[in-house]
Design a binder for this molecule. Structure first.
Ligand SMILES: Cc1ncc(COP(=O)(O)O)c(C=O)c1O
Length: 369
């Protein structure tokens, strides 16, 4: 295959050999258990919790419905403090729950919600904080918890990027009241579509499981207007196989990130994220670069288009800011987010996935240089 001609996208899912999936499909066909807490669903909840080092996991159809439900589990209302620098689903989950998003600016080091700016945004209507571990780098979780404890707020982490990531040996998913995950096709661990809520006690898991199944708490009792967001057996079966291949997949991503990092260090006008010393496991989900137009001599968009014209399809994650989309830009809190704005105008995420070959990686680096 001529790699110069084929399109290289920001990511490509890592899939097991089809032969590995077939026995699971045969099982499903034979048992006719397709969904509703089937055997693969149960097995994956158990194995994933062990694998990640968390207490309880509830599997979902996708990450967006996990987020939407997490807000309902804790009965969050009023206003929620969140970041403008994320994928739109983070804020959309608030909108679907009729909660007012209050955007707070990010810190420039890891692009996460700036804890020092949270307190100024708290009002009597604030009930929770919804931060995102952007690019899988943990938020300042202890400082955020301190603020939440002082003001009596809940913390729900959108951990869509943080599958498998550990802070000094502890899963980052153990912080906050709840964390949500996404297993979308663009994520290093994928079940095609998929997601989860991580919680710390059995009663909360029970309520999550009611809510993801229309609110059914037994055959004839409905405890709330829940939704249908149950992961099906085909997704769960794929998830079981994906767990087995996760480590080798991440090793390959790590190698690619290492090459990008050491080569791009030589280009002063291009910045990459710094190391996160307390991060003891990392999934290398994205490789963002930040282009300083003045120093580089070309704008971020010029570089983005230059790569594209060479069949390299990076993504400007996250541009535009969520707070700049029509639904949200009228909010007062959408108006003064200088750090997020500046970063969103500099960022390009470069292709990274386990099957990306070295020739292409070096070609991308040369195009940037
Ligand atoms: C930060 C973030 N939150 C939420 C989502 C939504 O997850 P899903 O696509 O599984 O619904 C995504 C990505 O897709 C994401 O990147």
């Amino acid at each position: 295959m001529d790699t110069k001609k084929s399109k290289i996208f920001v990511t490509q899912p890592s899939l097991p050999d089809l032969e590995e999936f077939i026995p699971y499909l045969e099982d499903i066909w034979q048992s006719k258990r397709l969904t509703n807490d089937g055997p693969f669903h149960q097995q994956l909840e158990k194995e994933m919790a062990e694998f990640l080092g968390v207490k309880y996991i509830s599997l979902f159809t996708n990450g967006t419905l996990a987020l939407l439900t997490a807000l309902q589990v804790l009965r969050i209302t009023g206003e929620v403090i969140t970041t403008p620098y994320s994928f739109v689903a983070t804020t959309h989950a608030l909108w679907w729950n009729k909660i007012k998003p209050v955007f707070v600016d990010i810190e420039p080091k890891f692009c996460n919600l700036d804890p020092e700016k949270i307190e100024a945004a708290i009002t009597p209507q604030t009930t929770a904080i919804l931060p995102v571990h952007v690019y899988g780098n943990p938020c300042y979780v202890e400082r955020i918890q301190e603020i939440a404890d002082t003001y009596g707020l809940k913390v729900i982490y959108d951990a869509a990027h943080a599958f498998g990531n550990k802070l000094e040996g502890t899963s980052v998913l153990n912080y906050g009241d709840l964390s949500t995950l996404s297993f979308h096709a663009t994520k290093p661990y994928t079940t095609m579509e998929g997601g989860a809520i991580v919680c710390h006690d059995k009663k909360t898991k029970q309520r999550i499981d009611y809510l993801k199944n229309f609110g059914f708490a037994g055959e004839t009792k409905v405890m709330a207007p829940g939704i249908n967001s149950k992961m099906n057996e085909m997704q769960a079966a794929l998830g079981l196989i994906q767990l087995k291949h996760y480590k080798e997949n991440i090793e390959k991503r790590k190698e690619i990130a290492g090459i990008y990092k050491s080569e791009l260090k030589k280009v002063n006008s291009i910045k990459v994220l710094p190391d996160y010393p307390e991060l003891t496991s990392y999934n290398y989900i994205y490789f963002p670069i930040f282009v300083d137009e003045k120093e580089y001599g070309k704008s971020r968009d010029e570089l983005y288009l230059h790569l594209k014209s060479n069949n390299i399809y990076g993504r400007r994650y996250f541009y535009p800011l969520i707070s700049d989309f029509a639904t949200y830009k009228g909010l007062n809190s959408a108006k003064n987010l200088p750090i997020a704005k500046e970063i969103s105008e500099k960022v390009i995420c470069l292709p990274i996935y386990s099957e990306l070959d070295k020739e292409t990686i070096y070609r991308i680096i040369e195009l940037i240089k």
